[in-house]
Write a protein that binds this ligand. Structure first.
Ligand SMILES: Nc1ncnc2c1ncn2[C@@H]1O[C@H](COP(=O)(O)OP(=O)(O)OP(=O)(O)O)[C@@H](O)[C@H]1O
Length: 635
């Protein structure tokens, strides 16, 4: 949207968006079904309940006032006796019966606050009662802001995490000012109707935020215009970004996943205030109440699931986009992480993504060349695969096998008899995610950067099987063992031999700034049709050379001085305007992973011998179609 566009046009677009979302909600409404069937009592009772649900839901989503997870208790761990009866035995350090080793601190980034969530009394299950569970003003809860700013002087939840405390007291903590979200306990909206309503609430909240921002601009004028175009849109104000982030944390599922994907972009691609808000999304979602949690466990594993455990911690380690992860101890004493899928998210992938598309559409910020339809189709496929934990278990076992001989990596074991399509139990691992490694010594950062790039190249060119989700918390570094523990294989996928053959040639051509070979391989892989304008070809080739830069010279590439993303984003605008074809389907996951690896090295500020790593792979590579000589012009 051009900066000079009058606010009236914005308003018109916003209203259109709100109507579209509302229409979507109405279309899904069982109330309308009842009306069509002439069921008057059902119609009236649903209308009343829905009014209640929407009133609270809208308030919860758009204002984002949280209630704390629960009042702090001694412990959230439940121990199971031999006869499988729950003997809610709080864990205390002085309790002699609790002689098993204390639970490790598996990783930072999840929730480790003192706000323990313990098994609750049965919650109501009908819609009206659900409203109660969403009500922030519930007696006994404290109103606190959703997002808190922290700096070095404040006493805050960060210090409750020993690993983070250790890193942050290192003099670094004083220098940072981060936004953090307090974990909230909220039911996952699990029916199509409640999800559509959630998006309608978000749409309304964003519209209101946009109106406020437009009004502010009429009075106080436009913000600084040397910023990017996206910042100039009244839709993408800091407040709206925060609103969006909080609503995504509440909705969870596909919508949150999309937000998380955006959150690992570089500042030169996404404006800083928006990135800060999306960082909130990356910290984790809201927490599902234990009643909802127990329902999923009972349905998936049968009512006897407790008989396989010695204990289960109701306070989640992490609340991710698709599921919530809990620590537990098996009968044999092994510590495990149990990932439990939020109810309803697998069935609402399509509608969630369509709703996000509606919101994106009315912002008018998505350029045509993005071929959004293709991206959305790929996202839907990926997300449905990620919701299948049986598939994830199989991928994880395959990676465990593939990496068994590789030094410096560890893939945790899968515990089959406590796993299902919506529950995945794996060995508990320890470590800190990549963004926390960035606070460690240069030597450690170089080591981790090199290992990450080595892994990425190995996955693509040696295994042709790649874990395509580069989320920083999927790589947990254990400093004491120098091992990177790997998790989250839901998005793993294979690439065909033919694709990988040509892609390796392409990477070598980029590394050698070989124009002819880049052009040839780009056509072969489907990035170019051969009909492109000179301007497009030039932008494409230049972008390829920039990506090849880390591989261009021997002796270590210094990612601290890298300007890769900024340079690419300048060319990206030209490419989006002139491109004739969407990228090949493989490119979505592959480029996300590759840019994730580069961004991780930039975040770490690592110096990595990229060229050496690439040539090592190249020398061992067996081309399936006649060999490397096809690249005649590549040295
Ligand atoms: N085996 C494990 N040991 C320790 N922590 C774990 C383990 N598995 C998962 N976690 C924690 O739970 C978080 C979420 O797990 P995972 O990434 O598998 O879920 P997801 O739903 O796929 O998440 P995402 O939204 O990142 O895709 C991890 O970032 C990590 O903090």
């Amino acid at each position: 949207m051009p900066p000079s566009q009058p606010p009236l046009q914005d308003l018109r677009r916003i209203l259109r968006g709100v109507f579209l979302v509302a229409a979507e909600a109405a279309q899904r409404s069982p109330t309308l079904e009842a009306a069509k069937a002439g069921d008057v009592p059902a119609l009236v009772s649903r209308a009343v309940k829905n009014a209640l649900v929407s009133a609270t839901d809208l308030a919860g989503l758009t204002r984002g006032t949280p209630r704390q997870v629960s009042s702090p208790r001694a412990s959230s761990v439940v121990f199971f006796a031999e006869d499988d009866e729950i003997t809610a035995k709080p864990r205390t350090t002085s309790d002699p019966s609790n002689s098993e080793k204390p639970p490790p601190q598996p990783c930072v980034g999840g929730f480790h606050g003192s706000e323990a969530s313990v098994p609750e009394a049965e919650e109501g299950t009908n819609e009206a009662e659900k409203v109660g569970s969403l009500d922030d003003s519930k007696a006994g809860t404290t109103k606190v802001p959703d997002v808190i700013r922290e700096n070095g002087d404040q006493k805050d939840p960060v210090l409750s995490d020993p690993v983070e405390k250790e890193i942050l007291t290192d003099g670094v903590r004083d220098a940072i000012l981060v936004k953090r979200r307090r974990p909230r306990e909220r039911r996952v909206p699990s029916t199509p109707f409640s999800r559509a309503l959630g998006f309608a609430g978000l749409g309304a909240g964003l519209a209101w935020g946009t109106i406020q921002e437009s009004a502010k601009r009429i009075v106080f004028g436009m913000p600084n215009t040397n910023e990017k175009q996206s910042v100039l849109s009244p839709f993408l104000s800091e407040k709206n970004a925060e609103r969006l982030a909080l609503a995504l944390c509440r909705m969870r599922g596909a919508a949150l996943k999309l937000g998380q994907m955006l959150s690992i972009q570089d500042e030169s691609l996404v404006p800083a205030p928006i990135l800060a808000a999306l960082d909130i999304v990356r910290q984790g979602a809201d927490v599902m109440p234990s009643k909802q949690l127990n329902d999923v466990l009972n349905a998936e594993l049968g009512p006897n699931w407790k008989s396989k455990l010695r204990s289960f911690d109701y306070e989640p380690l992490a609340a991710a986009s698709i599921g919530q992860v809990h620590r537990a101890v098996l009968k044999n004493g092994m510590e495990v992480a149990i990932k439990i899928q939020y109810p309803g998210v697998a069935d609402s992938i399509d509608s969630d993504i369509e709703n996000v598309r509606l919101i994106l559409d009315y912002t008018n910020l998505i350029p045509k060349g993005l071929f959004l339809d293709n991206a959305i189709k790929v996202a839907k496929d990926e997300l449905s695969r990620e919701c299948d934990y049986e598939l994830e278990a199989a991928n994880q076992k395959r990676f465990r096998e593939l990496l068994s001989d590789s030094k410096g990596f560890y893939v945790p074991r899968v515990i089959d008899d406590i796993s299902s399509k919506k529950v995945l139990t794996t060995e508990l691992i320890t470590g800190v995610p990549i963004d926390k490694v960035a606070l460690l010594s240069q030597g450690v950062r170089d080591y981790v950067g090199e290992k990450l790039l080595e892994l990425t190249l190995k996955e693509l060119f040696a295994f042709q099987f790649m874990q395509a989700n580069p989320n920083w918390s999927n790589f947990l570094f254990d400093e004491s063992t120098k091992i990177i523990n790997l998790i989250d294989f839901g998005a793993a996928r294979e690439y065909s031999k033919n694709f990988v053959d040509n892609y390796l040639r392409m990477v070598i051509a980029c590394a050698n700034s070989d124009r002819k070979a880049v052009y040839e391989m780009s056509q072969r892989l489907g990035f170019l049709t051969g009909e492109e304008s000179d301007i497009m070809i030039e932008a494409h080739v230049q972008a390829a050379f920039i990506v090849g830069m880390p591989f261009a010279k021997p002796g270590g590439y210094d990612f601290r001085t890298a300007n890769i993303t900024r340079s690419i984003s300048n060319l990206g605008a030209t490419m989006l305007k002139h491109r004739l074809t969407p990228p090949p389907e493989e490119a979505y996951s592959l480029h996300r992973k590759l840019s994730g690896a580069f961004l991780a090295c930039i975040k770490l500020g690592a110096v990595v011998p990229c060229r050496e790593l690439l040539l090592q792979i190249y020398e061992q590579y067996q081309f399936g179609d006649g060999g490397a000589e096809l690249l005649s012009s590549t040295a």
